[in-house]
Write a protein that binds this ligand. Structure first.
Ligand code: HEM
Length: 464
């Protein structure tokens, strides 16, 4: 039974910003225009109401799948029939090459096997002090500003999560290259919707689009900086007790041939982990602080919980699993604003899904954003209500109904890392600062592979 302690029933309802769906399936030119502006605005209303929606164009077919049982078929039970798409490969070929995120088959399996042990829950908990220290450093920077200053939360979160990933993945930190990687990564993603739209429509790769040169340039800067990091590490031996992912990748050997990862493949994977490992978590925290600024009563609940568990001491690994309210708020944030808002696969051969015949090569798209706000799956779906994730309620959901980290064999390898990191950073920040909304700012959720707040996230921050 709900109690005053664990229920938000008495709190004012909060309906934070969403994306207005297209009223119906759009003609191709309108679809493209919407897609390039914000891919979420090209999703028709039916995607939030039906289990499966088919969109035929002259060049290709898209099937949007939202019913959990069908998503489960695509990602889990029949995953071999639905591999990752050439679209993803094409978009990221310039940067992430043939690394763990973009490859398939044997080559993917080998890379996943090498990296998996490093990301086990018990293994990543030892990084928690690094995570909370990065948040403490941010608080110190804010303390140096006049009280109640407006802070650019999106930038601050990207810097903080990038600090965490570079200190944990690269024992030395390597500030110069890290800075180049952070900036070039942002430049690359800025124009990415054009690349996705071109790939979905199978337009030739030589055909330029706005931002082609900017993206190529960014990709070159990214790969050169990562290659330099690897060269530096080869020339430096780690101190006793120092261990990082790069060291592990350098030591990895093919179980069958004994061959090490090629330099090119090392660049692919280090870049993949640096990019996938900070941008998504930064977006989860950015949206979370926005929601908290609009729901101060939840800030206070988190603050009370953190003080009860850790007092004023730094957040450590033992605290992470003792902060259920903080984690409920994070989960509800990722329901409303999934950092990876769309997942795609394709039908490898002619097959059927949900009774529909699919031709080989059909794009099967799982719009996580719409699944998380689907009218048949959630009560009052656009409402912010962290109590949806009270254990007894969460236990009733399908495993593919709430899936910010995906599902099946390609599920996010960094899931535990991300949850520990977001919990440690959020707990540290909210304990010592309060976040204030100006009563007007309503940022549009903009899909650029990750879900960004259009126009950034300025919030007033008061240090406590
Ligand atoms: C809130 C934070 C995060 C979210 C929401 C997220 C989400 C996802 C999702 C949805 C996928 C699956 C993509 C697909 O099936 O097509 C994925 C894969 C992946 N993620 Fe994350 N991620 C997060 C944090 C991280 C972190 C911290 C790391 C590394 C340190 C990471 C590394 C990866 C990698 C390497 C893959 C590819 C796995 C494979 O294909 O085997 N992610 N992530």
């Amino acid at each position: 039974m709900a109690t005053a302690e664990n229920s938000s029933a008495a709190l004012p309802a909060l309906y934070p910003p969403t994306v207005t769906p297209a009223p119906d399936l759009l003609p191709l030119h309108r679809f493209l225009l919407n897609f390039v502006r914000n891919p979420l605005s090209s999703l028709p209303r039916q995607v939030y109401e039906e289990p499966l929606v088919v969109y035929e164009t002259r060049r290709s077919t898209i099937v949007w799948v939202t019913a959990p049982r069908l998503v489960e078929e695509v990602l889990l039970t029949r995953h071999e029939e639905f591999p990752k798409t050439p679209v993803e490969k094409r978009i990221f070929a310039q940067t992430l090459g043939n690394g763990i995120l973009t490859s398939g088959g044997q080559h993917w399996r080998w890379q996943r096997r090498i990296m998996a042990p490093l990301f086990r829950h018990a293994e990543i908990l030892r990084y928690v002090p690094t995570m909370s220290r990065a948040a403490e450093e941010l608080l110190d920077r804010w303390r140096a500003d006049p009280p109640g200053s407006i802070q650019h939360i999106d930038r601050a979160m990207t810097e903080t999560t990038f600090t965490v990933i570079s200190r944990t993945m690269l024992a030395g930190g390597e500030a110069v290259e890290a800075d180049i990687i952070r900036q070039a990564g942002g430049d690359f993603l800025e124009r990415i919707s054009w690349e996705i739209a071109y790939a979905l429509l199978r337009l030739p790769t030589w055909l330029p689009h706005p931002g082609t040169r900017q993206m190529r340039n960014a990709a070159r800067r990214l790969r050169t900086a990562v290659q330099e990091l690897i060269d530096k590490r080869r020339n430096r031996s780690l101190e006793a007790g120092e261990a990082d992912l790069l060291g592990r990748l350098l030591a990895a050997r093919d179980p069958e041939t004994g061959a090490p990862m090629s330099d090119e493949n090392l660049v692919d994977n280090l870049l993949t982990l640096l990019e996938a490992g900070h941008e998504t978590t930064a977006k989860a925290l950015t949206w979370c602080l926005y929601l908290l600024a609009r729901a101060p009563e939840w800030q206070q609940r988190i603050r009370d919980e953190v003080i009860a568990v850790a007092g004023n001491a730094p957040i450590e690994s033992a605290h992470i699993d003792q902060l259920p309210t903080t984690q409920r708020v994070l989960k509800e944030t990722m329901r409303l604003y999934p950092p990876a808002p769309v997942l795609s696969r394709m039908a490898a051969n002619a097959t059927t899904l949900g009774g529909r015949a699919l031709r080989p090569g059909t794009n099967v798209v799982m719009p996580v954003f719409a699944i998380h706000r689907h009218k048949r799956l959630w009560e009052d779906p656009d409402r912010f209500d962290p109590d949806r994730f009270l254990p007894e309620r969460e236990a009733r959901y399908w495993r593919t109904q709430f899936m910010p980290f995906g599902a099946g064999p390609r599920i996010c390898i960094g899931m535990s890392f991300a949850m520990a990191e977001a919990t440690a950073i959020l707990a540290t920040l909210v304990r010592s600062a309060s976040f204030e909304w100006d009563g007007r700012y309503v940022p549009e959720p903009l899909s650029r592979v990750t879900l960004r707040p259009k126009g950034g996230m300025p919030l007033r921050v008061h240090l406590l």
